[in-house]
Structures are given as structure tokens and as C-alpha cells.
Design a protein around this ligand. Structure first.
Ligand code: AVJ
Length: 322
């Protein structure tokens, strides 16, 4: 059905953040949200079917099994907004359960135009669903989506796939509180969270045997080459996934294999890297089920229910704004 896209994202934000992250004193870093250009989004799709990476399948299994139960806990009618549209495959379960009782407007919010387009073609065919996509950062997009709600319509926000894990723990909680500020009491947030699991399983999920995750990580440098005219030599970097047990998170890094310097013309700087120095590209925090409940409470929600996967420790959490 109808599709409207409100575009807004700029190359100069990308250049600015690359510059800030690489010129930072101490640990160099690049924001993980930039992993998802067209190539990166396609690589992530492959990651999600790798035997080592059970996260996406667990999320989808839980939604497939419990969508009807989840939806039955919501007050009608509901406007659905999703933070990060992904491919839209998981969302289908929720939308189909909802359209059994109402026509549904679905607002995916996504900074990657490729991912947004794919989600729209995947979900645009469902009967009784209208899609209004927002090419914006999460909170901007959510504000815009919230303004689409009619009187008496409740908002259901989907934040699936454990994307919250990319935030530091404190920032994740602050983010939940910021989302809460856009909601009204009785609105809900369905939050997917990857749980702690044995170390070998965790590390393998981010360092798979055929190197797809390595390609996904290295693509960030390739993207900087493509879009900002940089001269990163990809052969001079190695993908690394390590578990930080104090912070309970996987960290992805790119390790420089030699002393080198890289020029990034469109961001207007040159950076040197020492042999063995790393660029930190992503964090993926792991949670305990009780921790989510407590975090949600401090952020202004009541955890109405949790569904856990038995094959791959993962939790779907239904949080109701208080
Ligand atoms: C999509 C952010 C949940 O952190 O597990 C997969 C991204 N990075 N493999 C994650 C990712 C490396 C993924 N999230």
C-alpha cells in the first residue's frame, strides 16, 4: 500500500564522525551505525543465516511463536513504529497478527536507504498495512512517526535484533528513557535483547569460520574509501572480535598490521596508525533477563512479559510505558 519516504541524512555527518573518531586521542573508533551501507546491509543478511550467529533466528523464532500473544497484550488500536527496519522479516509476524483485528500503519525508521527500501518491498504487500518510512536517526524518526497517530491510537515501538546492545549499558538505559518521553502511558515498546552465553559460542558468533563478519567489519573502511575518497589498504587490517568480560560485551576491532598513514580527502585529514593499534568499530552488549526488567523500570516502563528462546539465549521484552 501507500509508501512515503521522508529523506534526511548527509555525507558531511559521516565525514565529521569519521574525523572525530579517528583523530580521537587514545583508542580510535568509528560509529557502528555506518556499517550498514548497501554492501554492509547485504553482508549482515548473510551473517544472520550463519550457523555461528543464532541471534537473528532466535529473535524471529520468538516473534513467530508469540506474536499473537504479544499483540493480545496491547490495547487497540495500535500504530507501529520500528527503530531500524532491518529486512522486515521479523516484523511480518507482528503486523500479520495485528491486521487480524485492525488496519495497521507501520512506520519503519532507518538511516540506511537500502535497508528501508528492502523493508518496504518485503512488507508493503501485506493486506491492511500502510507503510510510511522515515529515513532519519531513531529519535527524530520516532517523533515524526508519533505525530502520525490518530486520537486514541496507541504506539507500539519495535526495537528488535538486540540493536540496543550497540549502546553502552548506561547509554542504552538513557535511550530507553528518551523513547519513553515520546510515548504516552499505556504505549508499548517491544525490545529484543541478546543474553549472556558461553564464551566460545559468543566469540564464534562474531568471528565466523568463512569470514563474513570480517568482511562486514572491513567494509567500513572500504566504505570510507568509496564515499570519502580515502586510501585505506584493506590488506593491512585484520578483523578481531573480543569479549570484554568486565563490560559483558563483544567488541569488534580492526587491527593495523603495520605502521601506516591514511588520507581521507573528503573529511580533510590524514591519520597515522601504529602496528597493532586497533580501530574499535562496534560493541554488542549481552544482558541478563532480570537486568532488562530493572533497566526498563528505571527508564519509566513496566515489563509486562518476557519470552525466552531455549536454543539461543535471547529475550523478547514487552515494556509498557507507565
Ligand atoms: C544487528 C547490532 C544486533 O551486534 O550482534 C553482527 C550486528 N555485528 N555481527 C550484533 C553484528 C557483527 C548485530 N546487531
Amino acid at each position: 500500500m501507500a509508501t512515503a519516504v521522508v529523506a534526511q541524512y548527509s555525507q558531511s555527518d559521516f565525514a565529521g564522525e569519521v574525523r572525530a573518531g579517528l583523530l580521537r586521542p587514545g583508542q580510535k573508533e568509528l560509529p557502528s551505525k555506518y556499517l550498514y551501507d548497501e554492501v554492509g546491509s547485504a553482508l549482515f543478511e548473510v551473517i544472520s543465516v550463519l550457523p555461528e550467529y543464532g541471534l537473528t533466528r532466535a529473535d524471529e523464532r520468538l516473534l513467530g511463536r508469540h506474536a499473537v500473544d504479544i499483540v493480545s497484550r496491547l490495547k487497540s488500536d495500535v500504530l507501529v513504529a520500528e527503530l531500524g527496519s532491518g529486512s522486515g522479516r521479523k516484523t511480518r509476524w507482528i503486523l500479520e497478527a495485528l491486521t487480524r483485528r485492525q488496519r495497521t500503519t507501520y512506520c519503519p525508521i532507518e538511516i540506511s536507504p537500502t535497508a528501508l527500501a528492502r523493508c518496504e518491498s518485503e512488507l508493503g504487500q501485506i493486506e491492511y498495512v500502510s507503510i510510511v518510512g522515515f529515513e532519519r536517526p531513531y529519535l527524530d524518526g520516532l517523533l515524526a512517526a508519533a505525530s502520525w497517530r490518530r486520537e486514541n491510537e496507541h504506539l507500539l515501538v519495535l526495537f528488535l535484533g538486540s540493536t540496543i546492545g550497540n549502546f553502552d549499558r548506561d547509554a542504552g538505559e538513557r535511550f530507553l528513557a528518551e523513547v519513553r518521553r515520546i510515548l504516552y502511558p499505556g504505549d508499548s515498546l517491544l525490545l529484543g535483547t541478546d543474553l549472556e552465553k558461553p564464551l566460545p559460542q559468543l566469540v564464534a558468533a562474531y568471528d565466523d569460520s568463512i569470514g563474513v563478519t570480517a568482511a562486514f567489519n572491513l567494509n567500513l573502511l572500504a566504505r570510507i574509501n568509496r564515499e570519502l575518497g580515502a586510501d585505506f589498504d584493506l590488506a593491512a587490517f585484520r578483523h578481531e572480535a573480543r569479549y570484554n568480560s568486565a563490560e559483558r560485551r563483544i567488541e569488534m576491532h580492526l587491527r593495523s598490521l603495520r605502521d601506516q598513514s591514511v588520507t581521507i580527502p573528503s573529511a580533510g585529514f590524514t591519520v597515522s596508525l601504529a602496528k597493532e593499534e586497533t580501530i574499535w568499530t562496534e560493541s554488542s552488549h549481552k544482558y541478563r533477563a532480570e537486568e532488562i526488567t530493572a533497566m526498563a523500570q528505571r527508564a519509566g516502563y513496566r515489563c509486562d512479559a518476557q519470552w525466552l528462546d531455549s536454543e539461543w539465549p535471547f529475550a523478547e521484552n514487552l515494556l509498557i510505558a507507565e
